[in-house]
Write a protein that binds this ligand. Structure first.
Ligand code: NDP
Ligand code: HSE
Length: 433
């Protein structure tokens, strides 16, 4: 057997993901060496507290609080600390000292990606981040490499495991939001601050990354429209089920090719009604799924575990093997392609379908007034269902045809002040039918 080159690997973080990465690197050292063509020496693991209990057995002597010294001389730096700082500074230090980067940190990439990719381009380093979107599911490489010759028109996905886990249990068990969130935290799905999950910051970061790759355009995080799931009630879940839908937190990245003022994109994350028969409706638990509609390839679906330490470690290690192969072969890392420079439109400009639920007085002429206001606002009705509430009011569930978001919002505002509407119960977008 010929002697293999030895690559020094620094691991930053040993939490849910990092502890599993370290364990797999050690357990599968021989196989990983065969696959990558180099022995991967885990040189050290930077953490905040070296004596904290870990999810895997890791030698105490590998633990350090001195990430900067660990990075010096490393060939591959795996960043699974999370957060913006010091992760960004460590990654830039590692790039400038000649290392290739593997990271699962979507917050850092969505916020500082341009700076990090630029720094990597300057020195020919690679930055790999398969784990940053939809954890175990291969979606970054398919978009960056496999579909590089195609034209992606739309991506619609469930990209946050924690919120899918919560919504799914609320839907299937009638479970309480807080209780289910605590379970997601205990299982290692949620971010260090779970607000990132439930307020959809995490999904927005992933949407920015997916859209940037798909549309060859840097999509700044601030341009992503974001709505979380904290306003979703059991009543809304029940109503959705009754109407043949399920509520899912969706990331929608859309190419808008037919605009008078030129091509643009829309990137948005919100809870939406998805028809029960749609494949995304049967994505349960912590799983994620990403639909990609491409001009030549047609529709593609990527499905699997969207969170979890071990599952995410799989994607991290795939990137480590690729980085090791590149390090051995030499040459520059693959840079990001962001030359299309497409503008991102505001949420008011999107066109989709809506379900508007209103409580109104159960009197003659009310339905006609509501229909008139919708018609005046250029919102066309597709379906109406009327039921009687316990208080004896009428509940109208109105499904619209496609409408412009701004028209819909203005119309709902006029309905709310029309005198015939007691309460706007909910306004939800409908996606996937
Ligand atoms: P954890 O919070 O479980 O772990 C973070 C680790 O980083 C801990 O070991 C912590 O040390 C260490 N750390 C944090 N800050 C510092 C610092 N300033 N200096 C040194 N070490 C530090 O996070 P996860 O493992 O869940 O997530 C890691 C990354 O992976 C994040 O970017 C996350 O978004 C991403 N990700 C997570 C997934 C998941 O399912 N958990 C899935 C996909 C991506 P200590 O233990 O001593 O506190
Ligand atoms: N907190 C994230 C989620 C982890 O629940 O999807 C995976 O990125």
């Amino acid at each position: 057997m010929t002697d293999k080159r030895r690559l020094r690997v620094a691991l930053l973080g040993a939490g849910s993901v990092g502890s599993q990465v370290a364990a797999l690197l050690r357990e599968h050292a021989d196989e990983l060496a065969e696959r990558s063509g180099a022995e991967l020496e885990l040189a050290g693991i930077a953490v905040r507290n070296p004596d904290a209990p870990r999810n895997a057995e890791l030698p105490r002597e590998l633990m350090t609080t001195d990430a900067e010294t660990l990075i010096v001389g490393s060939d591959i730096v795996i960043e699974v600390m999370g957060g913006l700082e010091p992760a960004r500074s460590y990654v830039l230090q590692a790039i400038n000292s000649g290392a290739d980067i593997v990271t699962a940190n979507k917050a850092m990439l969505a916020t500082h990606g341009a700076e990090i990719f630029d720094a990597a381009d300057q020195v020919g380093a690679s930055v790999s981040y398969e784990a940053a979107v939809a954890a175990a599911i291969p979606i970054i490489r398919p978009l960056r490499d496999s579909l590089a010759g195609d034209r992606v028109n739309r991506i619609m996905g469930i990209v946050n495991g924690t919120t899918n886990y919560i919504l799914d249990r609320m839907d299937r068990e009638g479970a309480d939001f807080g209780e289910v969130l605590a379970d997601a935290q205990r299982l290692g799905y949620a971010e260090a601050d779970p607000t990132a999950d439930v307020e959809a910051y995490d999904a927005a970061q992933k949407a920015a990354i997916l859209a940037s790759l798909a549309f060859h355009t840097t999509v700044p995080l601030e341009a992503v429209h974001r709505e979380g799931i904290t306003g979703i009630t059991k009543g809304m879940m029940d109503a959705a089920r009754h109407a043949g839908y399920v509520i899912k937190l969706l990331a929608v990245c859309e190419r808008l090719a037919d605009r008078a003022d030129g091509e643009a994109v829309s990137v948005r994350v919100y809870p939406a009604l998805v028809p029960r028969e749609h494949p995304l409706a049967s994505v349960h638990g912590v799983n994620n799924a990403v639909f990609v509609e491409a001009a030549a390839a047609g529709n593609l679906m990527f499905y699997g575990a969207g969170a979890g330490g071990l599952q995410t470690a799989s994607a991290v290690l795939g990137d480590v093997v690729s980085a090791a192969r590149r390090h051995i072969a030499g040459g520059v890392g693959v840079g990001e392609s962001a030359r299309a420079h497409l503008p991102v439109v505001a949420i008011g400009e999107i066109v989709t379908r809506y379900q508007v639920t209103l409580e109104v007085d159960d009197q003659a002429g009310v339905l006609a007034t509501v229909a008139g206001i919708l018609s005046d606002g250029r919102v066309s009705i597709a379906t109406v269902e009327q039921t009687v509430t316990e208080e004896g009011r009428a509940r109208l569930v109105i499904g619209t045809h496609q409408a412009v978001e701004q028209d819909l919002n203005e119309t709902v505002g006029r309905l709310a002040t029309s005198g015939v509407v007691e309460r706007v119960v909910s306004v939800l977008r409908v996606e996937g039918d």
